[in-house]
Design a protein around this ligand. Structure first.
Ligand SMILES: NC(=O)c1ccc[n+]([C@@H]2O[C@H](COP(=O)([O-])OP(=O)(O)OC[C@H]3O[C@@H](n4cnc5c(N)ncnc54)[C@H](OP(=O)(O)O)[C@@H]3O)[C@@H](O)[C@H]2O)c1
Length: 271
């Protein structure tokens, strides 16, 4: 509807506008849990949510890294609540979720972001490399979502956002473990989205392409250039590109988007 420019001249139109167009929902401060917040993409997600006025908790494994991260974030003006938790461990995840809720209140936004890679062709892949990636990248999604879901159901509101990967969509040489785990997230997302759709809870997946984090910086320059040549927008993604999509999906106004996968890859792979 073409609207507001005309309202000063037409009180009747102004009245219509008020009744027919719902007001933009006010942002309610949410308790958000971002797993793996101390990493490249996780940091940007935590910062973006904090800037929007939300309370942000995050989990980590590496104590020293987490302490340094928290200090650096504090220097930049951010207050994050950090909890040691190996998200591949179900009992530990349940315990930590309970502590977060006791400290901060019910979690209504969960970003399953923690993940690892253990690359190898299948012929050379050990069972440990397979198991580690499935446990850290896929089991972790169950481990965190299962306890958090109870609080979302109580509140009749929730946003679950799973950080998958372009390589879960298209596969990648040397990543059968990672591609399987990340593809598994899509099935999880679509099944759970159906189970909780009537409860005000949405479940979505973001599939980042190549994001310029430490991991990409470590790739030799000639290989980096080769990858970049395949990205239509002509650059690697930034962690903030992924954080932007998280901040969109978690909003109250995004309640009609569920079971979706948002490819965030500069056009690198179009499904
Ligand atoms: N970077 C990319 O180009 C890219 C592209 C597509 C998808 N992704 C996905 O995006 C997510 C974030 O990637 P990133 O590049 O930011 O990685 P990153 O910098 O390596 O950060 C990963 C984070 O996950 C945490 N983590 C891993 N396993 C954990 C566990 N079992 N328990 C608790 N924390 C755990 C790490 O904490 P500790 O260091 O304390 O273990 C770290 O904070 C991952 O799921 C990744 O697969 C990344």
């Amino acid at each position: 509807m073409t609207v507001l420019a005309m309202t000063k001249e037409s009180p009747q139109l102004a009245a219509n506008t008020q009744t027919e167009i719902p007001p933009v929902a006010q942002a309610v401060p949410r308790i958000c849990l971002v797993t793996g917040g101390t990493g490249g993409i996780g940091s940007a997600i935590c910062q973006r949510l904090a800037k929007a006025g939300h309370v942000v908790a995050t989990t980590y494994r590496n104590e020293e890294k987490a302490k340094a991260w928290k200090a650096e974030m504090a220097k930049q003006g951010y207050t994050f609540h950090i909890y040691k938790c190996d998200v591949s461990n179900f009992e530990e995840s349940q315990r930590v979720v309970k502590s977060i809720v006791a400290d901060l209140g019910p979690i209504t936004v969960l970003v399953n972001n923690a993940g690892i890679t253990r690359d190898s062709t299948l012929r050379k892949m050990s069972f440990e490399q397979w198991r580690d990636v499935i446990a850290n990248d896929l089991d972790s999604v169950f481990n965190m979502t299962r306890p958090v879901l109870d609080y979302m159901l109580e509140k009749n509101f929730g946003r679950i956002i799973n950080i998958s990967s372009i390589n879960g969509q298209k596969g990648q040489f040397g990543q059968s473990n990672y591609a399987a785990a990340k593809a598994g997230m899509h099935g999880f997302t679509k099944a759970l989205a159906q189970e909780v759709a009537k409860k005000g809870i949405t479940v979505n997946t973001i599939s980042p392409g190549y994001i310029d984090t430490d991991m990409i910086q470590a790739v030799p320059e000639n290989i980096r250039q080769g990858i970049m040549a395949q990205i239509p927008v002509g650059r690697f993604g930034k962690p903030e590109d992924v954080a932007h999509v998280v901040s969109f999906l978690m909003q109250d106004d995004s309640g009609f988007i569920t079971g979706a996968n948002i490819a965030t890859n500069g056009g690198h792979f179009m499904d």
